[in-house]
Design a binder for this molecule. Structure first.
Ligand code: ADP
Ligand code: MG
Length: 468
């Protein structure tokens, strides 16, 4: 990293008893530690697990590293705590407790430092190195398992990374939490950083909002606007965070227009489609629809098996097909949950010398699903049938009578919320409908509930009873 970057980032200094470590020094220490690690692990292991580490703080007693996600944090704790302690001792000449933390826990507290004059056009490398400060190699296209649930989103993201500004602009990816949206954004970022020809900015919406708020205080709007409007590619994660701030949406609207008119690439993710984001103005909704809108669904069992096998390989643990498929069938929440299960298995694998039995897998999946109350689709339909005075067979029929349409859509909405079934399974069970009908029903009911407090109350009561 060139020195000027160090100077820019020095805005964050962490006072420690008796000493103050500047960002430049932290950077130097990190490089020394990583170069020691490089001597021990393979290049591929280094890229995936270590290259994206940052140092958050160094105190008299401890040193806190920031990993990009829980999965990597857990893996480092399970496999490398001792190694890190030894290397930290070697580099600093005193021992310190090694702590691994996760980016989101820490980095959201750190406001993005405004760029220094001229940085954005200072040429070679500097912009990308600062703004895409830690290319997160773990989130690569190679590590992304493709299935029917995410094929379109993956293909679109790959196309954008190949020819940004030309393929799909904007690209809007939506889906529930833990299904791979952030992974795809970083994957695009990684490809673009490796080409080193374009200015790319990945930012979470939350940090954008924080930066907006700090700019209200500093009044440094020039710097704020220069930062976001001078990029070739803007990757903005979790745009549903805009719900809270109208001023921020206004600012983003102008950023969007500037970039779009200059044919710069914009990629956006959200946990729901644009029209379901509370209080998002029509003009932003319609702009988000100018390009390609694609959803990521919950993965099918086959895709979950493939993901588990992929993750197990990354963690270096041996899983038989039988155990992988047991996990896939019994932990049907988000992929983050599957990763949690594999992290737990890896700890067990250390104790049992890498021998993972079906019993161990059963125990872990019982513990994980035990924390969550599952509701069956039969129970949902029964509750709806009683509350709305229609029969279960009517709900499952093809009949489009108006008195059936609303309860049926509510049944789809609640099934999506409370059961572990995929969209396809829900649609199939409720009258052989396809997944887009379920999405439509879910979105429609979500919209109605925002206005109809009466229905909201009824559904909250139903949910409470089902979850009892
Ligand atoms: P989201 O942003 O949608 O909430 P993330 O992108 O953070 O979800 O994904 C959660 C975790 O699941 C990440 O560690 C990610 O690597 C993993 N993951 C999600 N989808 C896939 C996939 N298709 N293949 C491999 N890993 C995946
Ligand atoms: Mg995310």
């Amino acid at each position: 990293m060139p020195n000027n970057i160090g100077q820019i980032v020095t805005t964050l200094e962490i006072p420690v008893k008796g000493l103050t470590i500047s960002e430049v020094e932290k950077d130097f220490i990190l490089k020394s530690i990583l170069s020691e690690i490089k001597k021990i692990v393979t290049a591929q292991q280094f890229d995936i697990w270590f290259s994206c580490l940052k140092i958050y703080s160094i105190s008299d007693n401890s040193m806190t590293f920031v990993a990009p996600n829980e999965f990597i944090k857990e893996w480092l704790y399970s496999n490398y705590t001792d190694l890190f302690s030894n290397i930290v001792y070697k580099v600093l000449n005193t021992s310190r407790e090694v702590i691994f933390s996760v980016e989101n826990d820490i980095c959201n507290q750190v406001l993005l430092a405004p760029p220094v004059d001229g940085l954005a056009s200072s040429g070679e490398g500097s912009f990308e190195e600062y703004y895409s400060i830690s290319p997160n190699k773990y989130y690569s296209f190679e590590n992304f398992v493709i299935g029917p649930c995410n094929r379109l989103a993956h293909a679109a993201a790959a196309a954008v990374s190949e020819s940004p500004g030309h393929a799909y602009n904007p690209l809007f990816i939506h889906g529930m939490s833990g299904l791979g949206k952030t992974h795809l954004l970083h994957a695009i970022n990684n490809v673009l950083i490796s080409k080193r020809t374009l200015k790319t900015l990945y930012i979470s919406c939350e940090r954008f909002v924080n930066h907006y708020i700090s700019t209200i205080r500093s009044n440094n709007w020039d710097a704020f606007r220069r930062l976001y409007r001078n990029v070739d590619v803007l990757l903005i994660d979790d745009i549903h965070f805009f719900e809270s701030s109208q001023g921020c949406r206004e600012e983003f609207f102008h950023t969007f227009n500037t970039l779009y008119n200059a044919r710069k690439q914009i990629v956006i993710t959200s946990d729901c489609p644009p029209e379901a984001i509370n209080s998002l103005e029509d003009r932003l909704i319609s702009r988000f629809k100018w390009g390609l809108l694609c959803g990521i669904d919950s993965p099918t069992v086959e895709t979950r098996i493939a993901i588990i096998e992929n993750k197990a390989l990354l963690w270096g643990i041996n899983l038989s097909y039988e155990t992988a498929s047991y996990l896939a069938e019994n932990i049907s929440g988000s992929i983050r949950e599957l990763e949690g299960a594999i992290a737990r298995l890896s700890k067990e694998a250390k104790i049992t010398k890498n021998c993972i039995t079906l019993d161990m897998v059963k125990k872990i999946s019982r513990e994980i699903s035990g924390n969550k109350k599952m509701v069956s689709i039969e129970a949902v339909l029964k509750a709806i049938s009683q509350r709305f005075n229609v029969s279960i067979s009517q709900l499952q029929s093809k009949c489009r009578a108006r008195n059936l349409a609303l309860p049926r859509q509510i049944a789809m909405h609640l099934s999506r919320k409370l059961t572990n079934m995929s969209l396809v399974e829900i649609g199939g069970y409720i009258g052989g409908r396809d997944h887009s009908t379920v999405i439509h029903a879910d979105e429609k009911i979500t919209k109605i509930l925002k206005k109809d407090k009466n229905l909201l109350f009824i559904l909250q009561k139903l949910e409470g009873e089902l979850l009892k």
